[in-house]
Design a protein around this ligand. Sequence first.
Ligand code: CU
Length: 312
Amino acid sequence: MHIGKLIILSIFITIFLAGCDSRYLILNPQGAVAQKEYHLIIFSIFLCAIVVIPVLGLLVYIVLRYRDKPGNKAPYRPDWDDSKRLEFIWWGIPIIIIGILGFATAKTTYDLVDPPKKDVKPLTIEVTSLDWKWLFQYPDQNIATVNYVEIPKDVPVQFVLTSDAPMNSFWVPQLGGQLYTMPGMAMGLWLQADRKGEYFGSGANFTGEGFAHMNFKVKSTSTKEFNQWVKQVKETAPALTKADYNSLAKQGLSLEKSYSTIPKGLFQEIVIKNGGQYYSQHHHMKNEDMKTMNVASDEQTHTQHEHQEGGK
Ligand SMILES: [Cu+2]
């Protein structure tokens, strides 16, 4: 049986070594969201191990015990075809495991709909995936960046995601799981960095020739440094015009860029242009919609209401 033990040992060594190695970005979470997802991943691995390890062990055991060799004392029962006890074990255990796994996954998934912290005013960043670059707009700061994004640590950031090119996927592995960017849709993704640092971000959905270069840098700083950076961008960077946007939207690669102002309503325009309705998940947008509804005529109110439900 020492081969079975070896297999078990090697599985555990793999899991633990991987956990200690910071090259595996997912296994080295740097924020509240990624931390939650990391715990779910580890929990799932252990639940799977409950099945995988005995199955691999039994495989070795059965091959060794029942192989056709002279003098093998293992029972030979060609007519045996039923065991209620075994059926109970190999249906019962997986059902229980799937139940637990499903519950844990649903719970974590629903938890991530809410901001990781509720007592801190969140930051909103509107993200547009283009061929083959990332545009980040800060609606409250009225600035924009290309291929890098700066965020204050310990502040929940709501990324609102869309695409003005083929569908892509926005992924900062150390801060949380990926979410698709889709033309005509505005999807909300909460992320938060717990430490200062630089994190790797990428497009995780193949979109053609320049796809491999669609990486971006996420820099997390103190709130003070973040405010200084915003001020510096406002003072030194050029404005983003509609014409600039149109050339960004053309196929091609881009260096990191900063813009001191953004065209009003550009993000909404991009979503609507691609056949969508812009209903952001963040609450102040919902309140503004409500205000519009109050002044609108009955018919308009009805339309607004339908959009709101459809836009979720
Ligand atoms: Cu969609």
